[in-house]
Design a protein around this ligand. Structure first.
Ligand SMILES: [Zn+2]
Length: 153
């Protein structure tokens, strides 16, 4: 994850969630970007754990004002990476996260220069530095645009 958050109490770079590792502050971090990358594979969770983690991340990200997430879920015909990817795709397609995710784009479909690529950058310019890495798309990730018409934030 990129260092996009700063502790408002000690000024050090910190991760988005949990306490500041430098001073232990619980204050909401200051963000330098409205786009973040989340690696759902970290800690090799089981599929259901990964989905629960994602639910939690989405809630926290919305509260922090995050607008877009590059979600790394991995891929593969077998193994947990493939399972998590399938579960994430399925959950999105079944609107499991519809109250927090306004739109989603599978990594396969956002190759550099495509219509989707340009649409995404128009909607969320902060995605540029993430997407430009994927010349041919990336089946191991999904782009989530956060927000919904019926949230109170
Ligand atoms: Zn701190």
């Amino acid at each position: 994850m990129l260092d996009i958050a700063q502790c408002p109490d000690c000024g050090n770079a910190r991760t988005l969630f949990g306490q500041c590792p430098h001073c232990g502050s619980d204050s909401t971090p200051d963000l330098s970007s409205d786009t973040i990358e989340i690696n759902l594979k970290q800690g090799s969770p089981l599929v259901e754990e990964a989905l629960e983690q994602l639910t939690d991340y989405l809630r926290k990200c919305l509260a922090l004002g995050i607008k877009a997430i590059v979600l790394i879920h991995g891929y593969g015909a077998s193994g947990e990476g493939g399972h998590i990817k399938r579960a994430v795709h399925e959950a999105l397609e079944n609107n499991r996260f519809a109250d927090r995710v306004e739109e989603f784009y599978f990594g396969e479909n956002v190759a550099y220069g495509t219509h989707n690529y340009h649409t995404l950058l128009r909607r969320r310019p902060g995605l540029k530095r993430y997407l430009k890495r994927f010349k041919e798309g990336n089946a191991g990730m999904t782009v989530l645009l956060l927000g919904s018409s019926h949230r109170n934030a």
